[in-house]
Design a protein around this ligand. Structure first.
Ligand code: UD1
Length: 360
């Protein structure tokens, strides 16, 4: 019997493994699998809440690595994950996305001669100052199966010399979860946080939030926008810590910005799906807003997900207060872009991935 180990560690990982696990549980397809949670994210809001919402089983292993520098976190995951690989001897280790857990688990598996499948392969921002870009390139360079979400990924992997049979265009697994949860929302009563019209903000990239002047500039622009439209802001732990450290909390007091804790997936979805505009520096939210046709401003200078700009609702607006406000002025004047849903973002990606993995 073939055996898969599925590794996940951070909030965006849980969103991507959920459809895979649903698919593997669906029928008796002759595969044994186990789920490993590295513990990179550990707060209830960043981790456990997602397991409940996505109807995921308790992980078979919890590595409890917690926070640390990149080297510490990556190393701790590798040491613990190696023990599990040696004990379980899987045929394939499945990793998703671009976080430190992705790199740590793929590297560990490959060095034990275990095949690696990377879901969300081939994305490139071209920005080597991003930890995620390093994780993407390193993971793809040693993966055996490269499951790609959008056509730019195919081109990037070809350019990097990957063999055609390794590059497998299966669509976007995050969108499977999005559709699953939209359905769930129809039957669940999730408390409404806001009445339209409003906008939603998320911020957590180190390049935007780790520097006081940068973060202050962005937040001041948000205060300006909130004079026009109420803003809802679920704050990532990294950003929360920095706002405290830089004494920026008072900036948002007595404004039209509602500061919220990190939200569970369903509560967040029910908030952003009805937003007039989402402002974010996240990777996944660029894709999710495109799938539902919600206008998205990405507070970055580059994106590894260019299809969301070419075909979707996403606009790369830069990271200075001045640029953000100019983009908002255009938006207010009705300059919204036409969009379509990219190919194979149809809610059936997990099935295509599992079908391919079962072929061997
Ligand atoms: C990580 C990922 C990023 C992803 C993001 C989503 C890497 C390199 N980055 O960034 O790609 O978009 O997750 O959230 O893997 N913290 C808590 N509670 C938690 C988790 C983190 O308080 O449950 C704190 C940590 O202690 C740390 C900070 O938040 O101080 C950042 O966490 P970390 O996992 O290092 O990176 P993220 O910024 O979350």
């Amino acid at each position: 019997m073939r055996k898969f180990l599925i590794a996940a560690g951070a909030r965006p990982n849980f969103i991507k493994i959920a459809p895979l696990i649903h698919e593997l549980r669906r029928d008796d397809n002759g595969v044994a699998w186990k789920l490993i949670h590295t513990g990179q994210h550990y707060d209830y809001e960043m981790s456990e809440a997602f397991f409940d919402e996505f109807d995921l089983p308790k992980p078979d292993y919890f590595l409890n690595v917690g926070p640390g520098s990149h080297a510490e976190q990556t190393a701790r995951i590798m040491i613990e994950f190696e023990k599990i690989c040696l004990e379980e001897r899987p045929d394939v280790v499945i990793v998703v996305g671009d976080v430190n857990s992705t790199l740590a688990c793929s590297l560990t598996a490959k060095k034990l001669n275990i095949k690696v499948a990377h879901i969300e392969a081939g994305l490139r921002s071209g920005d080597m100052a991003m930890a995620e870009e390093i994780n993407r390139i390193a993971t793809d360079s040693i993966s055996d199966y490269l499951f790609v979400t959008e056509k730019s990924g195919i081109a990037n992997l070809r350019r990097e010399g990957k063999r055609e049979e390794q590059i497998i265009f299966t669509g976007n697994i995050m969108i499977d979860t999005l559709y699953y949860c939209l359905k769930k929302l129809e039957t669940l009563s999730v408390e409404k946080i806001a009445d339209p019209p409003y906008a939603v903000l998320t911020l957590h990239r180190p390049s935007n939030v780790d520097n006081k002047f940068k973060l202050e500039d962005i937040l001041r622009a948000m205060v300006e926008i909130s004079r026009d439209i109420p803003l809802y802001f679920p704050v990532h732990p990294r950003t929360k810590g920095n706002m405290e450290k830089f004494h920026l909390n008072n900036l948002l007091e007595n404004t039209n910005i509602s500061v919220l804790p990190p939200l569970p997936y369903l509560a967040f979805l029910s908030l952003w799906k009805d937003a007039a505009l989402v402002l974010t520096d996240s990777g996944g939210i660029q894709e999710e807003t495109t799938a539902l046709g919600v206008a998205c401003f990405t507070i970055r200078d580059n994106t590894e997900r260019p299809i969301t700009v070419e075909e979707g609702t996403n606009l790369l607006i830069g990271t200075t207060g001045g640029k953000i406000l100019r983009a908002y002025d255009d938006f207010k004047r009705g300059l919204q872009k036409a969009s379509r849903i990219p190919d194979l973002w149809d809610g059936r990606t997990a099935k295509r991935i599992v079908d391919r993995l079962l072929v061997g």
